[in-house]
Ligand binder design. Structure first.
Ligand SMILES: C[S@@+](CC[C@H](N)C(=O)[O-])C[C@H]1O[C@@H](n2cnc3c(N)ncnc32)[C@H](O)[C@@H]1O
Length: 278
């Protein structure tokens, strides 16, 4: 079980940035719950309680977050190292953690430009601190449900040339949108913006494992979001794109490294893939 340190209270860098008034510590936040499950320190009691409402259902569920980060790592390595992508928009990027997207990309090509996007202002303050003096990467506060605000943001426009190939990462976030919030429509808008040679990476909970409904209830009780969707629903995120091998698969089956965990008890709860705009 990850052990987040208790923080004395909500007195973070937000106060210095002016974003403090927008931070919400009365409710759990997806970014902080995820941070806790990954073993981070940027979380509070309310987040840890929310995490345990699904960890109590399947204690191994914490492994899903770790598998997802490793999937993102392999995906970014592919995008930069094999597909030659030089600009990345990471939507729902989360709090800084071990192996951030710009670090993975820059280990291969230091000129890659990265725009981090999240609707949680705490991500903005922490990512800004991380990116201090980094001219190839930036962070903006915007919402996945309004893709135009991401593409039209001056920071995005400064770093990403939409005429050239770029990659959009939408990882471990769409399952936090209800059907009413139309994750399918939002992703279709992102797909519509991709220039030829651009790529879309998506990871999302899968409803194949019969335990997923109990886990979903745990997520809904603790966090108010967390939907497990079918293979077909997950495939539809990539409509019209050419799938990069091996297609949409359980996360750990996507181009595994030698040490990628395999065949563990929660493997079938999470899928991911990368599609290419031809
Ligand atoms: C589970 S974390 C995933 C972080 C990272 N993408 C990864 O795969 O490791 C989901 C992130 O999406 C953000 N998020 C949730 N809903 C969002 C929305 N509608 N627009 C933008 N970001 C959102 C949360 O604040 C959180 O930081």
């Amino acid at each position: 079980m990850p052990g987040g340190q208790s923080r004395s209270g909500p007195h973070g860098q937000g106060e210095r940035s002016g974003a403090r008034r927008d931070l919400n510590f009365k409710r759990p936040s997806i970014a902080r719950v995820y941070d806790y499950v990954l073993g981070g320190r940027e979380n509070f009691d309310i987040d840890r309680r929310a995490a345990h409402s699904f960890l109590n259902v399947i204690p191994e569920a914490g492994q899903l977050a770790k598998d997802n980060r490793l999937f993102v790592r392999r995906g970014v390595r592919f995008l930069v190292g094999e597909a030659g992508i030089k600009q990345i928009i990471d939507v729902g990027s989360g709090l800084p953690t071990a192996g951030n997207v710009h670090e993975i990309a820059h280990a291969i090509d230091p000129t890659v430009r990265v725009v981090y996007v999240d609707n949680d202002p705490m991500v903005l303050t922490h990512a800004r601190a991380m990116l201090d003096e980094n001219e190839t990467s930036t962070v903006i506060t915007a919402d996945l449900r309004a893709p135009e605000t991401i593409f039209d943001d001056p920071e995005t426009r400064k770093l990403v040339d939409m005429e050239q190939p770029f990659a959009v990462l939408i990882s471990a976030i769409l399952h936090h949108l209800s059907d009413e919030e139309d994750p399918f429509g939002a992703v279709a808008e992102f797909r519509g913006r991709l220039s030829p040679g651009s790529h879309l990476l998506v990871s999302h909970f899968l409803d194949e494992d019969p335990r997923c409904r109990d886990l979903e209830r745990g997520f809904m009780d603790g966090l108010g979001s967390g939907r497990f969707r079918t293979w077909d629903e997950n495939r539809s995120f990539f409509e019209g794109l050419e799938m990069v091998e091996p297609g949409l698969v359980y996360l750990n089956r996507w181009r595994p490294d030698e040490d990628t965990p395999r065949d563990h008890p929660v493997e079938k709860l999470f899928v991911g893939g990368i599609g290419r705009k031809v």
